[in-house]
Every structure is written in structure tokens, then in C-alpha cells.
Write a protein that binds this ligand. Structure first.
Ligand code: ZN
Length: 62
């Protein structure tokens, strides 16, 4: 697997998660939380977690 760069902190990692709220691909350190959705998983990064509107949306969505 190719090494990729986190779009939030610039860290080099083999595994990135796409935040569902800002569409950035972030590393595990920048990922705040994840949960299951109908297809795959929903991810939220730490930047979006600190945004109350996005955090509320994350918490209320299934
Ligand atoms: Zn985000």
C-alpha cells in the first residue's frame, strides 16, 4: 500500500480516513470518531468535531 499524506496534519501514513464533513483524508491521529452507517462507516475529524454544528450532525445521524 502506498504511503499517503494526511490532509490535516501532513503526517505520512498508509491508512487515511475520509472525513464525512470536510472530505479531507486524515490520519488516525486526526480522526476523532467513527461509526457505522448503512454502507461502510462515517468518519469525523478533530477539526469538524470542534465545530458544534458538524458534531451535532454527526451525533444525530445513523
Ligand atoms: Zn473534517
Amino acid at each position: 500500500m502506498a504511503i499517503q499524506t494526511c490532509q490535516r496534519c501532513g503526517a505520512q501514513t498508509a491508512k487515511l480516513y475520509e472525513c464525512d464533513y470536510c472530505q479531507k483524508k486524515v490520519c488516525e491521529n486526526c480522526l476523532k470518531s467513527s461509526k457505522r452507517k448503512k454502507v461502510g462507516k462515517r468518519y469525523i475529524c478533530k477539526s469538524c468535531w470542534s465545530d458544534l454544528e458538524k458534531r451535532k450532525a454527526y451525533k444525530s445521524e445513523n
